[in-house]
Design a protein around this ligand. Sequence first.
Ligand code: MRU
Length: 353
Amino acid sequence: MNVLNYESVALDDDNGALIILDQTKLPCEINFLHLKDIKEIWQAIYKLQVRGAPAIGIAAAFALYLAVKNFDVDDFETFFARLHEAKEYLNSSRPTAVNLSWALNRMEKTAELNRDKKISEIKILLRDEAVKIKAEDSEMCRKIGEYGLTLIKNGDGILTHCNAGQLATAKYGTALAPIHLGRERGMNFHVYCDETRPLLQGARLTTFELLADGVDTTLICDNMASQIMKNGWVNAVFVGADRIAANGDSCNKIGTSGLAVLAKFYKIPFYVFAPTSSIDMNIKNGAEIVIEQRNENEITELFYKQRTAPENVKVYNPAFDVAENELITGIITEHGIARPPYSSSLKKIFEKD
Ligand code: MRU
């Protein structure tokens, strides 16, 4: 059993189901969910059974296709109104990762551009578009990995946060793509994984994924990052992103901005890895990003046999934070590495897109 042989998100068109590797059960259990109902898929995204910005986008695209496949209507206006309603519903499952609305908008546009075709034909085009979104993600991640590999050498120490690996994408991952690609070429790196409180994506997912690839992997608590940087063990910090603003401010799992500040202090390069589907050129800076607030029980109870905090204590549980652009050494996309100033370098990347 090697988790890298499984897909995080897949379409089972014959049975009208979305297949998800349930990430809340990892690493103890490899369990697949077969979801047919759009409400079940909404819940799976909300509960992080499928998670990571690109995987969320892919899951939502398949979900929208599965929803419209069952629409028993002949006229485009009714079909499109119902598609739009399903799209808005799926889009409300999580607010921060822009890949969700990016993928759903692509699907809606596909229907709109083909309004003159028969509904049965539009349904097939929507399936093809969702399949394409997934295939493109895999290709984008491979390219990101290639660019990322130019930033490190064999044996380097890399610190990463949360899980921006294969589990969060169609293949390879974003921040972990250079590590996986390097492994394919016989390279190895020392990867330090922040456990990533409170949902432990680093401890549960990143370590599992890296060990499966034979990577030299060390788990640390989030508050140990400064110590390992001081020890001289970290050559670079690699993180993913859920939404990057036009000025390069990068939003990622809570704890990322603290790492960026530490990296600056210790003069360690801090790199953000993301496909262009995670870049939101419609927002000027990170202040415009909606940060998801999650349930307090994730902090007080979820991964403990017994509650760890007193009843009635106030809890603050933001799921993401923003690393300001001046803390970021480079943003690695499928079109190359953007360097500061990001307002112009990201713009150039979109001109290539
Ligand atoms: O709450 P999550 O687990 O969905 O958060 C995921 C992250 O923050 C990832 O780093 C980001 O989505 C990039 S995944 C390639």
